[in-house]
Each structure stands twice: as C-alpha cells, then as structure tokens.
Write a protein that binds this ligand. Sequence first.
Ligand code: PMP
Length: 409
Amino acid sequence: PYNGPSADEILRKRKEFLSPSMFYFYEKIRNGRRYLDAFGGIATVSCGHCHPDVVDAIVNQTKHLQHSTILYLNNAITDFAEALASKLPGDLKVVFFTNSGTEANELAIMMARLYTGCHDIISLRNAYHGNAAATMSTTGQSVWKFNVVQSGVHHAINPDPYRGVFGSDGEKYAKDVEDLIQFGTSGRVAAFMSEAIQLNWLQVTCLLPYSAVRKAGGLCIADEVQSGFARTGSHFWGFENQGVVPDIVTMAKGIGNGIPLGAVVTTPEIAEVLCHSNYFNTFGGNPVCTSAGLAVLRVIEKENLQENAHVVGSYLKERLMAIKNKHEIVGDVRGRGLLLGVELVTDRKLKTPAKAETLHIMDKMKDMGVLVGKGGFRGNVFRITPPLCFTKEDADFVADVMDCAMSKI
Ligand code: PMP
C-alpha cells in the first residue's frame, strides 16, 4: 500500500518549487493503483523497475565507496569498462563514463572535432542527441531547441520510410548526406552522428552515408542511448542491425536501469585526443553507477533479455499490425524488438497527424492501466519501449487495451 503524499500535494509542490519548464507524461497517476509500464522511462528501464540484482549492487557499493573516478583506485569502473568493451566489435575498446546521454554525445562530438581537425557535423533532421551546446545543434527538431548559438551542424533529410520524401530509397537519403558535404562544407567533415535506429530509420541502410562521411575524413558516431543494450532484440546494439561498425558509440538510459550513467566507447587511436589537455568528469564512472551498470549487463545476460526482447517484441509488433488493419486511425507501425512506434493519422492518404486523438487514446489507456509514451515531431506517435522483461501476457494487455481505447474513439 502507498502511504506517501497525494498526487495533488506532489503536483502543488512541483508547481511551486520546480522549474516551470518541467513537464511530465502522466498527470495524476492514481495512488495505490497498478499500472503496466510500456514506456520504461523512454527505454531507460532495461531489466525492470528496481531489479533486485541492480538494487543490491547499488546498495552494496554505496556502503563501501561512492566517489570517485579520479581520486581513489577502485575496481568497479575497470570491471564494468572491461565488460562493456567486450560487448563491442573491432577496436571499440576504450570507455569514457559520463552522467547522461547529453554528456556522452558532447564528448563524442568534441573528440571527433579534435581528431579530424574539422568542425562540421552531419546529423539527421528529427534527431535528438541532447540539450547542451553541441548536442542541441545536432538535434534536429525545433521543439527541443532554444534560440542560442548553434554552429557547424548540417541536418540531412531524415530517412523515414513512412513520411520521408524519398520513401524507403536509402540511396537517395545517402546522396543527401553527400550533397551536404559537397555544398555545405569544405568537403571535409568531423562526423556523421545518428541514432543508430531512429524509430523510422529501420529499413534504410547506414552503409552509404557512412562511406560518404569517411571519404570526407569524418568519423561515424552511433547514438545508442535508446537503441542499445539489447532493446532491438535481434542485436545488442542498434547499429548491428545495419551491418556497420561506427568509430564512436555513445550510450546512456538503459545502461544503468535508471541510475545516472552514460558512456562513450571508441578506439585507442581516437581516445588519444583527450590526452592533449586534461579531461575528467567528477561523477562520471563513479563506483556506485558503474556497479549498477555491471549488474544490468549481467541481468540482461542471465535472464536472456535480448532474446526476450526479440520474441515478445515481434509478437507485440504483430498484434499492433493487426490493430492497424482494424483501426483506420493507425497509419504506421514500426520498430524492432521492444523499440516500437505506432503513428496515428486522421486520414491515411494525407497522413494528417491525429494529435488530439493520440492524447485522448493515451489517456484512455492510462485509465485502463497501461502507460505508453507519446512522441514524434507532430505528437502523434505512441512510443512503446517497455522494460525488456516484458512478457507475452503484458504485450497482449497493451494490445487489448489499445484496441479497446481505439474502438471507443
Ligand atoms: N540521445 C538520445 C537518442 C536520446 O533519446 C536522449 C534522451 N532522450 C539523449 C541522447 C540525451 O540523453 P540525456 O537525457 O541522458 O542527456
């Protein structure tokens, strides 16, 4: 039973003491009521809320040493770095820990700029990479940008098979990357940064833009903040779905099951650039967070969560496709593993975003006990990114509730 303060009390204090810019997805979740979480803090909860192994790792480490990476020698950081490096291909063996995805991407961008001696970065329209100076520049959506100086980034056309101007023609999207390099830069670039799998990037190969960028001297950075850590089911990393090996991989969210932790993994040669001056991060890689990270990796392996994401995710996607066949309002179902999207439209031909309806259905689903996320530039896409321990029964519950909420609209 829940004995804490009421939702009204918490909301009142949020209003009074927290930044007015803070938003939240679920107003007035009812106290004492059970909900099925099909959003998992935007793909953050990888092995389930408060997984006992992760909690134990955090508690035990907290009792011994909480801080720090630079002052005291400890094995938590090296053990996790070794385990993490073993999950990555090729020369991707050097790990830098951060506290968030934004920090990881900022560091990756800086390293690419230092390594290549170039400033220009190519990223994708519709991308999200963070909210500090360089990452806000690479982010490609006005709703996540402020009017502050953002320089040196060129946004390529998003390879979106559903709405993109070139449909599923990967070569045309890759040509746009080449054109940006030819017409918008000196012909040399620092990097191409992309979410290894944007919800809508799935059917388009990464190989072509990667080779165009490398020809221009640039590095390829894969942002695995949402798509990493077994979420896509078929592979541990999103980029593996596309048959590429990036030069720098960034991660956060699912790496720590909710604890603040991020990482950049790259090759020894690229990592060298940070020796040109002093680089450190006070909390990045602290023993408590890295112990949590190691516990998460072990749980993913011990409980076969990658396989589970594949099996349950494929099953859920099938059920969502059946819902699409039944309800006109569903324009597109996409994704892989437990990284799924359902786009709602009021007119399938015109693809008119069903923004109000999305909110309404989301609310009805919440009333029936299911929490899904909402996203997309137009606010009309359900994001389904549950903990990777989701069961088929959970998937059925989500699909039944969605079907029911759509039938009532
Ligand atoms: N990259 C991606 C793909 C993300 O989804 C996010 C967070 N939504 C970030 C980077 C930034 O991570 P953080 O919020 O931890 O700074």
